[in-house]
Design a protein around this ligand. Structure first.
Ligand SMILES: Cc1cc2nc3c(=O)[nH]c(=O)nc-3n(C[C@H](O)[C@H](O)[C@H](O)COP(=O)(O)OP(=O)(O)OC[C@H]3O[C@@H](n4cnc5c(N)ncnc54)[C@H](O)[C@@H]3O)c2cc1C
Length: 828
């Protein structure tokens, strides 16, 4: 006589348990109760059916109720809901959702796999929205697809930038809709750390998805056609996908008195038994332990549900099992990019106060010389003392999945971070490199563990500079054209050994290159010469991800980031001048900064106005080329990302509008004068406060503001604790006489030996007016460009490293260039 086993929920966890139960035992009576019409369907495939990548609805059904019944001799009761559990008498109550028939079924063992349902928040007006959808099952899918197919919405709003939200954003975009994703957080894809998620966001923007982060929906009106946002904005939309997360379907467990844990998830032991040993629970409904740090959490992913379903069946049949927690290994495709992760992220480690070290690397997916190689950004987190691997994240157009799977396996096998170098992985040029990216992560981790180098993280750079650290950019000068860390000085690696006397001893130094490799070589060199050195981890590439704007396109032309192709001359030239042939540049497989260097070399030999079309597999190239064009006065006409490649069209120079001279105030030509320049000559506290108030105000009005600091004005930019710089004669004298930093500035009148300045500061504080230092920070934050006049720096003997971070350096030409585009030009 077999056992009577009832399973609640017939999809991932439930169907797995059912099949395993039967394979282990022919005698047991197994009843599978499912509220919906379908069992064992591919919920993970639903967004792709809506997007029509999966072309047939039938393909979503992995099994039918009849199929399960026939193959496994399981009593499948679809359209039937379990409404209550009577634990004392070991019965469940079921209700047929179509006929309303109520039945009482006895059980010896009960398995709960009811999953988790989408969270629907109490937003005013949400109930009356007839265009609002959540996505969990086949009926949801049918409703969304029918709406897109028959109502032809033009614009969709996806609320929630998690896995399901982004998959829906991609698929709706593929169906031709304009898509806006709204999320309350500051980043998308919360399981990733921000510097790993930002490229994904940028990539999706390039594919036309608009993001509104730090934003919430406060109210819904006009039956879902108008959204009132937290920022005060309103957003007109044709349909809404709500994907802000899931909550465990815990009603049965709660009502029958089973113990619940985090966020109401059902507590289970390592045998997957609830607080009642006759009742097992698996899948999205349960609380799991974080495998690495042991805290309680919920992981709503298919692997866990399937694994737990099988393990529960094993335990029921007397096999010894121990479910020991989840790594949360996950992956998502967003157009041409793959993002994958396993284990803990940095945010979690920080919040737990766990000592950790992070490394960022950017290796190629396979040998660079074999076509199609593309970089993968990999982040590895580990304990620097024990080497325990805490987690990893990878983003790239190829090969991110494989690397995260290998690292997840390594974590499972208790390998240490440095042992990643020992894993012997399959290699041939189309697939990998003789040093696979996973091996590379191992090498870099072992360098950190062995104390060969100390890292400076992207988010530590600003403080490092502010506290007097000197950053040496060891890339070639030309690479700086695509951007550099503000305040960094340039000493290319090739000349570093001969220029050691230029580096102040006794000062903290950080070296920075493009991806961290040359930085490591430089750091090793400098350490051996007695310098106190850190390497900017992941190089400028990692730093820049979080220190450039998001590439939003205010014009609304989603494929063009910096578009000047609307200028008539630009279009005419391409057509009318056949000798100005468009050049093609294949930079695929080149590691950053390779593509930019190639562009630089090619553009040098091109004629003004000529176009260059570049194809690169480095997805970061989209941002790099934008920056490079801005810095080098070339025109980025378009950037397109498709098939895992970035395609950029660059025109040499900046074309004049056809009739620039005739543009009148109020006409389009006015944009060109939309700047404000200020020459800050004075170092009087009151005057400089005024200058920053005006500058911030102008920036807030959307003006491009450049403050040009010359002579005494340079004192404002001096660091309070500047690095020691060797000076002689007059330079030394000037240095000693001039106020160093903002706190030493005098008032222009009634200074009274510094008392006046103190009084002003005190009054400003009392009246809640920002201090000069706050005003300066605010101005920088608002995008005001601070430019130090190199000519007066030279006269006054002020060196780059004595100035605060974020300052740019320029001569009269830079000032005149900015002034030319300005409607307002002030001298303070
Ligand atoms: C759109 C979408 C995409 C996803 N993509 C991925 C992905 O790419 N990768 C990944 O790892 N995970 C993904 N997931 C998550 C994954 O599908 C879930 O983690 C997994 O299905 C959970 O399995 P489960 O058995 O716990 O719950 P489910 O698979 O949700 O099954 C629960 C079933 O129980 C039924 N039920 C609930 N209560 C009762 C009751 N009282 N009586 C009878 N029946 C009941 C429900 O109708 C439901 O069919 C995705 C989920 C969705 C919705």
């Amino acid at each position: 006589m077999g056992k009577k086993i009832i399973i609640v929920g017939g999809v991932a966890g439930g169907a797995s348990a059912a099949a395993r139960l039967r394979r282990l035992n022919e005698q047991d009576e197994i009843v599978l109760v499912e509220r919906g019409e379908h069992v064992s369907f591919a919920n993970c495939g639903l967004p792709y059916y809506i997007g029509e990548t999966i072309d047939s609805r039938d393909k979503l059904f992995l099994q039918t109720p009849k199929g399960i019944q026939q193959r496994f001799n399981i009593d499948v009761r679809t359209l039937t809901e379990v409404t209550a559990i009577d634990r004392a008498s070991k019965h469940v109550i079921t209700r047929n959702v179509t006929t309303g028939e109520i039945l009482e079924i006895p059980y010896d063992i009960l398995i709960l796999s009811p999953g988790a349902r989408p969270v629907v928040p109490q937003i005013p007006g949400i109930a009356s929205a007839d265009n609002l959808f959540t996505l969990r099952n086949i009926p949801d899918t049918d409703r969304i697809k029918a709406y897109v197919d028959h109502q032809h919405p033009k614009h969709a709003t996806v609320i929630g930038a998690g896995f399901i939200g982004l998959e829906m954003a991609e698929n709706l975009r593929e169906r031709g809709l304009e898509v806006t994703v709204i999320d309350r957080g500051t980043q998308i894809l919360n399981p990733l750390d921000p510097e790993m998620a930002r490229p994904v966001e940028e990539h999706m923007r390039l594919h036309g998805v608009e993001f509104k982060l730090n934003e919430g929906v406060e109210a819904v009106s006009q039956a879902g056609r108008l959204l009132q946002l937290a920022s005060g904005e309103s957003l007109a939309t044709d349909m809404i996908i709500l994907a802000i997360g899931v909550a465990p379907e815990n009603e049965l467990a709660r009502n029958s008195g089973l113990e619940l844990g985090v966020r109401g998830a059902v507590k289970v032991n390592t045998s997957l038994q609830t607080s009642d040993p006759a009742i097992y629970a698996v899948g999205d409904v349960i609380e799991v332990k974080d495998k690495i740090q042991d805290f309680e959490t919920m992981v709503s992913l298919a692997w866990g549900a399937n694994r737990q379903g099988r393990l529960a069946a094993d335990h029921i049949n007397g096999r010894s099992i121990a479910y020991d927690g989840a790594l949360g290994t996950a992956i998502i495709k967003t157009f041409g990019l793959t993002s994958a992760l396993t284990g803990n992220n940095e945010k979690t480690l920080k919040s737990l106060g766990v000592p950790y070290e992070a490394i960022h690397i950017h290796p190629n997916s396979h040998a660079g010389y074999y076509p199609g190689a593309a970089p993968i950004a990999i982040k590895l987190l580990f304990n620097p003392h024990t080497g325990e691997i805490y987690g990893a994240q990878a983003v790239g157009s190829e090969g991110a999945d494989k690397r995260i799977d290998v690292i997840a396996t390594a974590i499972r096998g208790n390998l240490k971070a440095d042992e990643l170098a020992d894993i012997e992985l399959a290699y041939a040029p189309p697939y990998s490199s003789a040093k696979d990216p996973v091996n590379m992560a191992g090498y870099v981790a072992s360098n950190v563990m062995d104390g060969m180098v100390k890292n400076l993280q992207w988010h530590e750079v600003e403080d490092f500079s502010r506290n007097g650290g000197l950053i040496i950019d060891v890339r070639d000068e030309v690479e700086r054209l695509a951007g550099y860390i503000p305040g960094s000085i340039s000493i290319p690696l090739s000349g570093l050994r001969n220029r050691l006397d230029e580096i102040p001893s006794g000062q903290e130094i950080a070296v920075s290159c493009q991806v961290g490799l040359r930085g490591y070589i430089a750091a090793r060199m400098l350490i051996q010469h007695g310098f106190n050195v850190k390497n900017v981890d992941g190089g400028y590439k990692t730093y820049a991800v979080m220190n450039r704007d998001r590439g939003e396109d205010p014009q609304g032309d989603k494929k063009v980031i910096v578009a000047d192709s609307s200028l008539p001359e630009a279009e005419d030239q391409a057509v009318s001048d056949p000798i100005e042939q468009r050049l093609m540049l294949d930079a695929c497989g080149l590691q950053c900064p390779g593509p930019i260097l190639k562009v630089y070399e090619t553009v040098k030999s091109m004629k003004e106005g000529q176009q260059l079309e570049i194809t690169a597999t480095d997805f970061g190239f989209a941002a790099d080329i934008r920056q490079w064009c801005l810095k080098t006065q070339n025109t980025l006409e378009s950037v397109d990302v498709s098939g895992g490649k970035v395609q950029a069209l660059v025109r040499k120079g900046i074309p004049e509008p056809a009739d620039a001279s005739s543009s009148l105030p109020g006409s389009e030509g006015r944009d060109l004068k939309d700047g404000t320049t200020m020459v800050v000559f004075s170092s009087d506290l009151d005057k400089t406060i005024a200058s920053f108030i005006i500058a911030t105000g102008a920036a807030a009005m959307g003006k491009q503001v450049t403050m040009f600091f010359t002579f005494w004005g340079l004192n404002l930019l001096r660091r309070e604790q500047a690095p020691r710089v060797e000076k002689k004669g007059l330079d030394k004298m000037f240095g000693l006489m001039m106020p160093q930093g903002t706190r030493k500035l005098p008032l222009s009148r009634m200074n009274m030996g510094g008392l006046g300045a103190k009084l002003i500061r005190h009054t400003m504080k009392r009246k809640n007016v920002d201090s000069l230092e706050e005003l300066m920070q605010g101005a920088i934050h608002a995008g005001v460009k601070l430019m130090a006049c190199t000519m007066s720096m030279d006269i006054m003997g002020i060196k780059q490293e004595e100035l605060i971070a974020g300052v740019e350096f320029g001569g009269v030409a830079s000032y005149l260039g900015a002034a030319e585009d300005s409607g307002v030009n002030l001298f303070i």
